[in-house]
Design a protein around this ligand. Structure first.
Ligand code: DGT
Ligand code: CA
Ligand code: CA
Ligand code: ZN
Length: 583
């Protein structure tokens, strides 16, 4: 059996992990790790590339690695990996990936306590056996226990940042076929969930054969999970599963509605249909008798649009992002759904980095890129001095940068307004990274949590409140500090945080980076309900990341947010006046 790209990448990654646990030369470790990353990003089947003799054209794939790829493609196995497995118990790899462990500690636990599985590690930690080991302690033991819990919650779901563009590409490809009349993404992608279990895709066509054929023969397909006239499923080389359904245009509305979900929304919709004497499924609305049995002789109502379903049931049209049975049906009944924000409403980006700290583009490059994207105003917000790993700015460099931003702003004339700001660290002890007399020289100050993220609720809350109350701090960046897939949000008293933000007119950010999406939708909705000002920003560390805004818009829409609640939909005039007098 031949292996898929993803399986080969997984094996190289595990080789790298095992070499690292063994304590091998770091360059050797890295050669396997980089090969693994390269392969994960390759959009074509390695089998094809190998046949072309082009494996070594890929970055970080030399002769040795290429030979190992060929070995796996031919035999489905890798002798080198088998030998490593005989030496290093495989469970150590899982242990090493727990937050707070790493290769050295995994080896320590193995050598000292003969621990070779996550379960055994948990038992040892529960029984206080890790704390006494050299270099350990109660605190690191507790951290490992939390890491194990976080691991248990991981479900192997893809980030929307990866899944949505990949799905859209496939849809575009299929829509090129002459048979395809209409197409859409459905399921959790269409509803805009932060993570995606599998991709659901619909195409309207009279003849499905050519569409299904094209779908299962795409070059990034690892294996076909099923192929039929109405439904096919494939697994991509990336590991993502895609379900495609082909149906008649006349049933487009009912099918799209059904496969968009959520399940809970569908269940409510079906109940409302029954209240109208109709049975709703993916094919049609069908009249039922008093026993709720479909009257076979009665004419079915076909819906070629979702609008027709909602209208037939006396409901306002419900945007997909709201379809979670969290009050949207009740609101639709009373025609009081929000007018959700759209990407066209955004006129500014208040959070981005440059080469002054850990960004990849200069101030001028970022400013030009924002002009190109049509922004009216932006803020340059590099990291502050205590964030050493991000090359944070000393006070001298910060003030020099502000001068440079203002010089460039003058150069730009009325093409854009570029403001001088900072993303200041809220330090672990709760203090802010720059004194007030420095902050007051800036146009806009963000404060963010980057460290001390596992502190207790009271401590984290106090840090956030301290930042919110500072008169120079105008926004809290990525307030919960969560990161996909495995950094949980901080534990904070969000009621207190939102109330303080409201009182002090401190903006809470909806960070649009798909790894963050923070505030999460539930908190964004609470904030909006309380009248807390919001902003949707990219936190771009390079020019291309300025295009991540749509992911933030999706999150805001899931939080029922309207344009008015988001300060970077306001004109520069209004924003500037509000900064001076936010009351
Ligand atoms: P995911 O894939 O876990 O990210 O989440 P979804 O929502 O995409 O779930 P999926 O792919 O299992 O199914 C897509 C939609 O199809 C789901 O949102 C609602 C609909 N659906 C699936 N199974 C049922 C069902 O048994 N009854 C009803 N009414 N709808 C269903
Ligand atoms: Ca799905
Ligand atoms: Ca599905
Ligand atoms: Zn940032």
């Amino acid at each position: 059996m031949s292996l898929s790209n993803r399986e080969i990448a997984d094996i190289f990654e595990r080789c790298a992990d095992m070499l690292q646990i063994r304590g091998d030369n770091i360059h050797r470790v890295l050669s396997y790790r980089r090969a693994s990353e390269t392969i994960r990003g390759v959009p074509r089947d390695l089998r094809v590339i190998s046949k072309e003799g082009a494996l070594t054209d890929l970055s970080y794939i030399g002769k040795t690695i290429a030979a190992k790829i060929d070995e796996m493609l031919d035999s489905g196995e890798l002798e080198f990996y088998n030998r490593l497995k005989a030496e290093i118990p495989e469970g150590l790899v899982d242990i090493m990936h727990i937050n707070g462990v790493g290769p050295k500690k995994a080896k320590l636990f193995w050598e000292q306590l003969d621990i070779t599985s996550v379960d055994a590690l948990k038992i040892a930690a529960d029984n206080d056996k890790l704390a006494a080991l050299p270099g350990m302690g109660k605190k690191s033991q507790q951290k490992i226990l939390e890491g194990i819990e976080a691991l248990a919650r991981q479900t192997g779901r893809a980030s929307i940042g990866d899944a949505r563009p990949a799905a859209q590409k496939i849809l575009d490809l299929l829509l090129e076929l002459p048979e395809a009349q209409e197409g859409a993404l459905a399921g959790s992608i269409r509803r805009g969930r932060e993570t995606i279990g599998d991709v659901d895709m619909l195409i309207a066509a009279d003849e499905s054969g050519p569409i299904m054929q094209r779908f299962v023969t795409m070059e990034n397909v690892a294996r076909i999970l099923g192929q039929g006239p109405t439904k096919s499923s494939v697994e991509l080389l990336s590991g993502l599963q895609v379900d495609l359904r082909v149906l008649a245009k006349a049933r487009w509305g009912t099918a799209l509605n059904y496969f968009t979900g959520s399940l809970a929304h569908n269940v409510k919709m079906r109940q409302i249909a029954l209240d109208h004497g109709l049975s709703l499924n993916e094919h049609a609305l069908s009249p039922v008798d008093e026993n709720k049995t479909i009257i076979e002789t009665a004419d079915k109502i076909l819906c070629d649009s979702e609008a027709k379903i909602y209208a037939t049931l006396g409901l306002q049209y419900v945007p997909p992002e709201l379809r979670e049975d969290s009050g949207e049906i009740e609101a639709a009944r009373e025609h009081r759904l929000p007018r959700l924000i759209t990407i066209a409403d955004i006129v500014a980006d208040l959070h981005m980095h440059t080469t002054w700290s850990d960004g990849k583009n200069t101030i001028r490059e970022m400013v030009d890129a924002c002009v190109k994207r049509g922004h009216q105003y932006i803020v340059i917000t590099d990291h502050s001095r205590s964030l050493g790993i991000a090359n944070g700015l000393s006070i001298e460099r910060l003030l020099a940068q502000a001068q440079e931003v203002r010089r460039i702003n003058d150069e730009m004339g009325n093409r854009i307004q570029a403001l001088a700001g900072t993303e200041m660290d809220i330090k672990a002890d709760g203090s802010l990274d720059y004194p007030d007399e420095v902050l007051e020289q800036l146009d806009f100050v963000i404060a963010s949590l980057h460290s001390g993220l596992s502190q207790k609720r009271e401590q984290v809350t106090a840090r956030l409140l301290n930042a919110i109350r500072n008169p120079h701090v105008r926004m809290i960046g990525h307030p919960s500090a969560r990161q996909f897939p495995n950094r949980d949000e901080v534990d904070a008293d969000w009621d207190a945080v939102l109330a303080a933000a409201k009182e002090h007119n401190t903006i809470l950010e909806i960070n649009a980076n798909p790894l963050r999406l923070d505030l999460k939708p539930e908190l964004a909705r609470l904030a909006k309900d309380m009248g807390v000002p919001l902003a949707i920003n990219t936190d771009a560390h390079r020019e291309a990341q300025l295009d991540l805004l749509p992911f933030g818009i999706t999150i805001a829409r899931r939080g029922w947010v309207e344009a008015e609640h988001v300060v970077n939909t306001w004109s520069f005039e209004r924003f500037r006046h509000w900064l001076k007098d936010p009351s």
